[in-house]
Design a protein around this ligand. Structure first.
Ligand SMILES: Nc1ncnc2c1ncn2[C@@H]1O[C@H](COP(=O)(O)OP(=O)(O)OP(=O)(O)O)[C@@H](O)[C@H]1O
Ligand SMILES: CC(=O)N[C@H]1[C@@H]2OC[C@@H](O2)[C@@H](O)[C@@H]1O[C@H](C)C(=O)O
Length: 352
């Protein structure tokens, strides 16, 4: 095996706040060191294009796929130059999820790998989810194999991103699933107040919980299903927001009711799976109101790591998925996604 391996992980998450870049060295399957990180905030033009992509024509979407790929490649180039990176085996890119319907065997992440590679002149590994959904899996979450191998000192790992997902070991196997939406919904309502996001949950904290709304949200069919299961924007739009929008209440009341619902769902998972201690990462960790409510309502100990791990754990783990793909080793677990077998997923574009 060729170790150490140096790679860059790129994560463009569902919250659409920007691009997370993580340069990391893997010394083995279980040992890594983060060498550099950087968060690039998207311009409002870029954000709107990505946000509206699901409504574009096929031709417009193809164009955006390539343009976004060039953009990602350019960001890699700037990052490599800025940090004078000499060792780089590959770039692993998640891309931006536009559609995610695993039950119909499709999921789409744009940010064309060939375009990234041609722009930054590096080997690129991308498209990590498609093979899994074709093999009958959920195609998400994919970070759990990284949680298992790189963060096995924790009972469970919870990510509070656009959606929240959790992973843990059960009977010697890794299991994982998406829990509920978080920032994708909170940002939607913050946008209606003219904000990118509800900083520290300040607006939510001014609202009054609407119990009927919370109860209705808690009865959504997704919550009754057992794992493997994953969420996509389509579900938020057609199911979640449709319910919230039936209520003629203030934005602050919607925000706090959604937060109350999220805390309820997270606590339910902690209780159902007997989780005593959980590592939590993702931008939601910075939402003081959400975290204080979670601490108040649940006795599970929340372990909050350093800033690099809060913000870049997903980019790090996509680099790790790339590492496993590069070595032609399993990076998608059937115990997590429900695909017919464990497999090594991702498309490799060599630098030309
Ligand atoms: N101080 C803060 N207060 C409240 N929310 C915050 C704060 N800082 C960040 N956030 C939220 O975190 C979001 C970014 O989180 P993160 O980067 O984990 O999302 P993501 O990359 O889209 O995640 P995923 O891929 O898991 O969906 C922001 O859009 C915002 O909603
Ligand atoms: C389809 C898709 O992009 N899903 C994301 C999303 O954001 C969080 C949650 O929903 C998770 O399922 C997944 O991302 C993480 C990085 C994962 O695959 O593990």
């Amino acid at each position: 095996m060729k170790n150490p391996i140096y790679c860059i992980g790129l994560m463009s998450g569902t919250s659409l706040d920007g691009l997370d870049i993580c340069y990391v060295r893997f010394d083995s399957d279980t040992s890594f060191e983060i060498l550099q990180t950087e968060g690039i905030v998207y311009s409002s033009v870029m954000k709107n294009q990505l946000k509206n992509a699901y409504q574009m024509s096929a031709m417009q979407l193809c164009e955006l796929d390539v343009q976004f790929g060039y953009y990602l490649g350019e960001q890699v180039k700037l990052f490599v130059d800025k940090h004078q990176i000499e060792h780089l085996d590959f770039v692993a890119s998640h891309g931006q999820t536009i559609f995610h319907q695993p039950n119909k065997n499709f999921t789409l992440q744009i940010g064309n790998g060939a375009a990234i590679s041609s722009k930054c002149q590096q080997r690129v590994i991308c498209d990590f989810r498609t093979q899994d959904v074709i093999l009958g899996g959920q195609g998400a979450p994919l970070v759990p194999i990284g949680d298992e191998l790189l963060f096995n000192q924790y009972d469970a790992c919870l990510n509070l991103g656009g959606f929240s997902n959790i992973s843990m070991n059960r009977d010697g196997k890794r299991i994982a699933f998406d829990v509920c939406p978080i920032n994708i919904v909170l940002n939607f309502y913050a946008n209606q107040l003219g904000l990118d996001y509800d900083k520290n949950g300040e607006n939510a904290s001014k609202g009054k919980v609407n119990q009927r709304l919370v109860e209705e949200l808690n009865q959504l069919n997704f919550y009754l299903q057992s794992y493997p299961k994953s969420l996509g924007f389509e579900w938020v739009e057609t199911e979640f927001l449709t319910i919230v929008e039936k209520y003629d209440i203030s934005i602050e009341d919607k925000l706090i009711s959604c937060v109350d619902h999220m805390v309820y769902q997270l606590k339910l998972v902690f209780d159902n799976y007997d989780i005593n201690k959980v590592l939590i990462t993702g931008g939601g960790v910075r939402n003081e109101f959400l975290i204080s409510l979670l601490k108040q309502k649940s006795s599970t100990e929340l372990i909050i790591p350093n800033d690099d791990l809060i913000d870049f754990k997903e980019a790090l783990i996509f680099a790790f998925l790339g590492y496993k793909r590069f070595l032609n080793q399993v990076n998608c677990l059937t115990s997590v996604t429900g695909a017919i077998k464990d497999h090594s997923s991702g498309i490799i574009y060599e630098a030309i």
